[in-house]
Design a protein around this ligand. Structure first.
Ligand code: H53
Length: 796
């Protein structure tokens, strides 16, 4: 973008006056932030409008990514980077006496997602815009984001995340694009004098969906796509007055994000949320298409709707509804279009995360959608029973045993179904979706997740970015495959030293952050051993904790550790997930004890960073030495923090699960430390008795006893429950079976860390081979194989 420093300073001062009638020095930091955000928004406003017009003029296929979560992180640094103005802004502000880094810290992270799913959706938006692919987000504008996490006495406490308190500079409310969404009541079909059916809604509850649009700025390419988030409001009617209770009931729909990650709770409000953003999204897509097309003949060629996990699966039935009830298409014509338009990504194999709605709740909440799903079910059975038999068909039909099954609906209504890592896609075909795979094998494919190097290197790790730029040039900014050449360059010992110096500088920066915010001193020479992800039993933070206890007992018995270690955790637990919260308490209790035990003498520290989210990840990841990716094999669909940490030169300590397997293929066995049961081992494990591991292995015994014998203070009930889960209730996630191999892997890490040349080479190989995990490539594969959308940028 062609803007000079002088021009920027002028724009900034003027905007400060316009918005706050204030001078720069008088303004608060938060005002300084809002002024800057508003100026930056102006810089892409024209591109935003022009992108829209160009798409219309060229009649490009438009892709809509429907997701109940987005996790964009701060927009300001990303937008400045993508517009190519970060240096101009930093220098200009500097001259005005403002430190850009302080201003960036003022922007709250939009809490519109829980974890991997939402973050991936945002990375895809960034990548699509950067590749010039016409892809837009469709989701919910939650008034309150995921809760703000605090620890009180080591327990997780959830506080509201009022992220919109000071408004959101990046969004534009578009009342003129509002839609009506019908809930409940009765629906019947009335034939008009031309023999066409019309759906008549009686006693339905109408809710207005008002869109708020956020521009998604592409990287140096003047493309700005759209993220449309819907907010629920009451219909405006001057004759009708509403009670407070009625208003609250409607506002409730978009008030709060459900704090569950890969876990499903069959709650009515969630069903409403899902239909709300799906219906509004589908209606607005059809309406805007109709503004520029005389009929719907080419709709399937020009529109793609992507169903991100099962939450938006009702899009299948909603598009059918709109095409039949509003556009008077026949079932057959509408169904052909729907199959052509829809595609679905599955993100989990966990049965507890696959949505199934009780039929009566579904029928009462979205009666017309229920009728349509019933008809989809009837036709599916009619076609498939003669081919595959009643039993198989029953096992995968959209409605069975009193439930509407969203994953099956999504597969049946889409032309493409994908998993998010090779192994995950394979397991989907072999197990969870096997019945449907047999019926529609051509629909199934894999799209391994990816990350955006712009945020995880250029924004988050300027030190490493500079080193890479100096060593291999800047081509990797546009095509991360070029990182590969760092492998060759890094054969030079001098470069490895520089790489080590970068890591050290990042560790010092994080140590300073920890000291300032958590009042704990950590030694930057220690191994920074990082596990950052939602707290979930299958992710096995507890395995990591077992090793810390092991280390602690070792120190207490008089043996020093080979290297000092800092174990860094970031994790939120769903508020209703008792076991996960007990593990949080355990980690905090251990931290309290170990960090203050004079015998430990700073050999060992635990830092549990509260309120983990995108902005904290940007601070932790560049400083990480070890990346813990230790889920039970077969449980983590892909993972994405594994890729971010790899790109930042952390060494992965991993089970053969999700995308770890592809990372292993990329770097080779010398550059990654793996351990534990494989998917096949887990599947073939006959008669697992965790109690045997406890009784036979003295090391495990010592560790687990520490949970219940008072060695670890202040965890009376948690220690006992956790102990029981592992010993009495047969350790669902095979921690004890994997412990020995995990501990050996940790010992290997210690050994490798003591050889700086070797460690440096491993770091370099990880950085150099991470390029293939760029979400730019992933999105291009979606565009080419699934959406059949134009990919303008040629990739080198
Ligand atoms: O999605 C990530 C995966 C990760 C998986 C996660 C996920 C959620 O965050 C929420 C719901 C869900 O079904 C899956 O757990 O393995 O990397 C993006 O694909």
């Amino acid at each position: 973008m062609a803007i000079t420093e002088a021009q920027f300073m002028d724009d900034y001062k003027t905007r400060m006056l316009e918005m706050y009638s204030s001078s720069i020095t008088e303004a608060s930091k938060s005002q300084q932030y809002r002024v800057l955000a508003s100026v930056v928004r102006d810089y892409y406003a024209k591109h935003w409008q022009e992108t829209k017009t160009r798409y219309q003029k060229e009649d490009d296929k438009q892709v809509y990514y429907f997701s109940i979560e987005f996790l964009p992180g701060r927009f300001l640094p990303q937008n400045m980077l993508n517009l190519g103005i970060q240096d101009i802004v930093a220098n200009g502000l500097n001259k005005l006496g403002i430190d850009l880094n302080h201003i960036i810290e003022q922007e709250p992270d939009p809490g519109l997602g829980n974890g991997g799913l939402g973050r991936l959706a945002s990375e895809f938006l960034d990548s699509a815009a950067s590749e010039g692919i016409a892809m837009h987000g469709n989701g919910i504008r939650y008034q309150y984001g995921l809760f703000k996490q605090e620890f009180i006495n080591g327990y997780q406490v959830e506080l509201p995340d009022d992220w919109l308190r000071n408004g959101n500079i990046w969004e534009v409310r578009r009342e003129n694009r509002a839609c009506v969404v019908h809930f409940g009541g009765h629906v019947w079909l009335k034939e008009d004098s031309f023999g066409k059916n019309h759906a008549i809604y009686e006693n339905a509850e109408d809710v207005i969906a008002v869109p708020y649009d956020i521009g998604i700025v592409g990287y140096h390419n003047e493309v700005v796509n759209n993220l449309r988030l819907w907010s629920a409001e009451l219909p405006y009617n001057e004759h009708q007055r509403y009670t407070l209770a009625e208003k609250q009931k409607v506002n409730e729909i978009t008030q709060i994000l459900y704090p569950d990650d890969s876990n499903y709770e069959g709650r009515l409000l969630r069903l409403k949320q899902e239909y709300f953003f799906v219906s509004a999204g589908v209606q607005s897509i059809v309406r805007s298409y109709r503004r520029h097309h005389r009929n719907l003949d080419d709709f399937g060629e020009k529109i793609s709707i992507h169903i991100n996990d099962t939450h938006p699966a009702m899009a299948v039935a909603e598009l059918m509804r709109v095409l039949m009830d509003n556009e008077s298409l026949s079932w057959e014509k509408a169904w052909n279009i729907t199959e052509q338009v829809m595609s679905y990504t599955n993100h989990t194999l966990l049965s507890e995360a696959l949505e199934t709605w009780p039929e009566d709740m579904f029928a009462q909440t979205v009666p017309r959608i229920y009728q349509i799903v019933q008809e989809i079910d009837r036709r599916f059975r009619l076609k498939m029973v003669p081919l595959y038999g009643a039993e198989l068909v029953q096992s995968v039909a959209p409605i069975a045993d009193g439930y509407v099954r969203m994953a099956y609906l999504a597969v049946i209504g889409s032309h493409s179904v994908n998993g998010v890592a090779k192994i995950h896609s394979q397991l989907l075909q072999d197990s969870v979706l096997n019945g449907l795979y047999r019926m529609y094998p051509e629909r199934f494919n894999n799209k391994t997740n990816g990350i955006t190097f712009r945020r995880w290197l250029e924004v988050a790790n300027p030190n490493l970015t500079n080193l890479l730029d100096n060593q291999i040039g800047q081509k990797w900014h546009k095509s991360p495959h070029f990182l590969r050449s760092f492998e060759v360059v890094a054969k030079d010992k001098d470069v490895l030293k520089k790489l080590a110096a970068v890591k050290h500088r990042n560790k010092v920066a994080f140590a300073n952050y920890v000291q300032e915010h958590l009042h704990e001193r950590i030694n930057p020479k220690a191994i920074f051993d990082v596990q950052i992800k939602r707290l979930h039993a299958y992710k096995r933070q507890l395995l990591h904790v077992m090793y810390i206890i092991d280390e602690y007992l070792q120190i207490k018995s008089g043996q020093p550790l080979p290297n000092p270690r800092v174990h860094i955790f970031g994790a939120k637990a769903a508020p209703s997930y008792r076991y996960a919260k007990q593990i949080i308490k355990l980690i905090n209790a251990l931290a309290e004890q170990i960090n203050h035990d004079p015998d430990v003498k700073n050999q060992l520290k635990i830092i549990f960073v509260p309120n983990y989210g995108v902005s904290l990840a940007e601070k932790i990841i560049p400083a990480a030495d070890v990346s813990e990716q230790i889920s039970l094999a077969g449980k983590e669909a892909s993972g994405t923090s594994n890729m971010k940490l790899m790109a930042n030169g952390a060494i992965t300590l991993a089970t053969m699960d999700g995308a770890n397997i592809e990372m292993f293929d990329a770097v080779g066995s010398e550059n990654m430390v793996t351990f534990g049961l494989t998917v096949d081992d887990v599947e073939n494990y006959q008669n697992y008795h965790s109690a045997d591991f406890y009784s036979k292995d003295q090391r495990i015994q010592r560790i687990l006893n520490a949970l219940v014998d008072g060695t670890i203070k202040d965890i009376e009930s948690e220690g006992r429950d956790i102990f029981n889960s592992l010993v009495q209730y047969n350790d669902q996630y095979f921690l004890l079976a994997d412990y020995e191999s995990y501990a050996q892997a940790q010992e290997k890490i210690d050994m490798l860390y003591q050889k700086p040349d070797c460690w440096g080479k491993m770091m370099a190989y990880n950085v150099a081979n991470s390029g293939r995990f760029s979400s730019d490539y992933t999105v291009i594969r979606y565009a080419e194989d699934i959406w059949h959308a134009k990919v303008p940028a040629s990739i080198e």
